[in-house]
Write a protein of this length. Structure first.
Length: 208
């Protein structure tokens, strides 16, 4: 069974939060949807999701800079995110676990994922749109999959898609380079996205 449904809240970012919590190239941004009475005169702009994702990945990399003060500050910022942007906090934790290898440490022999597939997957993740594709695993077995795409991560072995696989009825990781015939499918799982991310983080935490 798929995890229980929960409504995701629309994410907004106040100018004050952006100004006070974005510091440096990998700043700690607090993303929230609460609107104080004072904001009614100044409409809160919708969150720039590209900026949000870049900031979350920057927070995740903080522990790899050799500065424990910066690492502690990043962890504290992620904890604060759990109060205002639960989805962002979960993504930051997933990126900490799986997406924190600087490019210079990647083996040169790792095959690259197709840019067209990455573009389509980023769009599907943003739209909460199911995808289908053929997949060849590390043993050479070929299968057909339909999945709910949740995130892309970048470990040394190559770019991976984290998704809920409907064929396996479980969370799975797929090397994007091993995906063939990627197709966007009708549907919208936005109401399930937060619950799916919570389940994914729980599984990755157990694995660690």
């Amino acid at each position: 069974m798929r995890p229980g449904r929960t409504h995701t809240q629309s994410l907004t970012l106040t100018r004050r939060a952006l100004g006070t919590r974005l510091a440096g190239a990998a700043a700690a941004i607090s993303f929230g949807s609460g609107a104080a009475a004072s904001t009614l005169a100044n409409p809160v702009p919708l969150l720039d999701l590209d900026l949000r994702d870049a900031a979350l990945r920057g927070l995740a990399l903080a522990g790899h800079r050799g500065d424990p003060v910066v690492a502690a500050a990043a962890n504290a910022a992620i904890e604060r995110l759990s109060q205002t942007d639960p989805e962002g906090a979960i993504l930051a934790r997933l990126y900490q676990a799986l997406d924190v290898r600087p490019a210079q440490y990647w083996p040169e022999s790792v095959p690259e994922a197709a840019e067209a597939d990455l573009t389509a997957l980023h769009a599907a993740i943003r739209a909460c749109q199911p995808v289908s594709f053929g997949y060849t695993d590390l043993s050479g077995n070929e299968t057909a999959r339909r999945a709910l795409p949740l995130a892309l991560v970048h470990p040394p072995q190559g770019v991976k898609l984290l998704a809920w696989c409907e064929e396996r009825n479980d969370f799975r990781q797929f090397f994007v380079r091993a995906i063939k015939g990627l197709t966007l499918c009708p549907g919208d799982f936005s109401e399930d996205r937060l619950a799916l991310l919570e389940g994914l983080l729980e599984k990755e935490t157990r694995r660690a």
